[in-house]
Design a protein around this ligand. Structure first.
Ligand SMILES: [Zn+2]
Length: 498
């Protein structure tokens, strides 16, 4: 065909593969062969159909569709590309190949579906895709004007919202993409009212000083916690309150939590408050850690930066509980699917509740269970999982007379102490683990050494005890753990018997 200069155009986009967003580079080759438009690189039918949408969008935008043979390649070719998310990126690559747009300098990304009219339409999972692109140091992301994104996203990747394909062309040509149009962005959802009412509900819990302290220690050190007691003792109520003691998330953590929820349940509201997930005990392994078909992030990822509450722990299937071991140790899950591995974040705080025995009265009333029944009941939860729950507490019966007089710290006060403690512990990345570190005062170290010898504490148990002791010190605003902190930690670890 005359008038067509053989040319290669490229563009950048991202798609969701079900578990993780992946960056896709689009290459378009326009040459003077027999007129034909083909897309290669594992496209599904919706991607292949984009040929029709793009052709009509060009015509209805008054753009000449390039004559000759057009080959679009989606790289990497190792995973299937689904949906219409790549429409705009493919159109831009063709416009660059046809010299209608200047060549790609690698600074812009494009995420929008094209309508036949040339209008841009929103795509699914835009925040997760945008965060993935932001990690690649891009200058701006083009989205449909109707695409709703949280304002906070602009801190990580400036967005340009356009109504039509012709607007995109004008903005890219004129370099107007440096101007961020956030007119259509979500207003940040204020959750302060809801948060205040939750904090108020916590403050209306009379007494319960020991339990509130336990929740604070779990929250500050991200120590998994199992609360045991008969029905009606308030264990589920207390476990539900744990999330309200966690400090607010920073913008990136809030957006990451948003992206996980967006992939699972559709666009949520952006909130600075950490998530609380309380799945039903019929949950499958795939529901817990992610996977399935189509692939889906699991509860451990949806609880990232927040709380995973397993109410009635022993009612869960054993395989589902076993699957928790990896995320509890690594704070992430590794999933293999069709030869590819995805690593999903899973830095959650585990809180679980359980009855003490099948008749629910052991330690609280007349237990009618045989020893063997109780052993079998506890065996429903695997030993290796219980080993990773350092805080196991039998709750006290409410004693209003004894506790109603004593003032307990308010939820706001506890949250403030927990935030300070987390700063001291640096637990945002790692749990406190290393023993005999410089943060341990000499008498405290002598005590733990003595306990190890006398009680034959395993290395894991003594490390967990030290971790709790360090958290106790940090909650007090101290960088070093004293002997009294170790003593309290030992008592907390030994509350495993009523
Ligand atoms: Zn019993």
């Amino acid at each position: 065909m005359r008038g067509v200069t053989p040319m290669l155009g490229t563009s950048i986009a991202a798609i969701h593969t079900g578990l993780l967003p992946e960056i896709v580079r689009v290459e378009a080759d326009v040459n003077s062969g027999f007129p034909r438009f083909s897309i290669v690189g594992l496209p599904d039918s919706a991607v292949t159909e984009s040929r029709l949408r793009i052709r009509s969008a060009f015509r209805n935008s008054g753009l000449p569709f390039p004559q000759g043979r057009i080959t679009v390649n989606l790289t990497p070719a190792s995973f299937r590309k689904r949906g219409s998310t790549l429409d705009l990126a493919i159109a831009v690559a063709i416009l660059r190949a046809a010299c209608i747009l200047p060549a790609d300098d690698g600074s812009l990304a494009f995420l929008a579906e094209l309508r036949l009219s040339g209008d841009l339409a929103p795509v699914e999972n835009a925040v997760g895709l945008a965060l993935r692109l932001a990690g690649d140091h891009l200058g701006a992301l083009f989205l449909a004007k109707s695409q709703k994104t949280p304002l906070e996203l602009a801190q990580f990747l400036p967005t340009v919202h356009c109504s039509r394909l012709s607007d995109v062309i004008a903005a890219v040509r004129d370099g107007h993409h440096t101007i961020t149009c956030a007119a259509q962005a979500h207003a940040t959802t204020s959750t302060s009212l809801e948060d205040d009412s939750m904090l108020g509900a916590f403050d209306r819990i009379i007494g319960r000083g020991e339990e509130k302290r336990l929740l604070s220690i779990a929250a500050a050190g991200r120590h998994p916690l199992l609360m045991i007691g008969p029905p009606g003792i308030g264990k589920t109520m207390l476990a539900t309150h744990l999330v309200h003691l966690l400090p607010d998330l920073d913008h990136h953590a809030a957006l990451a939590a948003y992206a996980a929820a967006e992939a699972a349940d559709g666009p949520p509201l952006l909130t600075r408050r950490p998530p609380l997930r309380a799945p039903h005990h019929s949950l499958t392994v795939a529901g817990m850690i992610g996977g399935g078909n189509p692939p889906h992030p699991g509860e451990v990822t949806l609880a990232h930066e927040g709380v995973l509450l397993l109410d009635e722990l022993f009612e869960f299937q054993r395989a589902t509980l076993d699957a928790l071991r990896e995320p509890l140790v690594n704070r992430a899950v590794h999933l293999s699917r069709a030869g590819r591995t995805a690593t999903l974040p899973a830095n959650f705080l585990l809180v679980a509740t359980a009855n003490p025995c099948p008749c629910v009265q052991r330690g609280y009333g007349d237990c009618r269970c045989l020893e063997s029944d109780v052993r079998r009941y506890w065996a429903r939860c695997s030993g290796p999982l219980l080993d990773r729950i350092p805080l196991v507490a039998y709750l006290n019966r409410e004693d209003y007379k004894a506790t109603s007089q004593s003032r307990t710290p308010s939820a706001k006060e506890l949250r403030r102490r927990i935030e300070t403690a987390r700063g001291i512990l640096g637990v945002h990345t790692q749990p406190p683990s290393s023993p005999a570190a410089s943060w341990l005062e000499a008498p405290a170290e002598a005590l733990i050494t003595r306990l190890k010898e006398r009680l034959l504490l395993s290395e894991r148990v003594s490390q967990q005890t030290l971790g709790i002791a360090r958290t106790i010190a940090a909650l007090d605003g101290r960088h070093t753990a004293r002997k009294a902190d170790v003593e309290e930690a030992v008592l907390l670890r030994n509350r495993g018997n009523p």
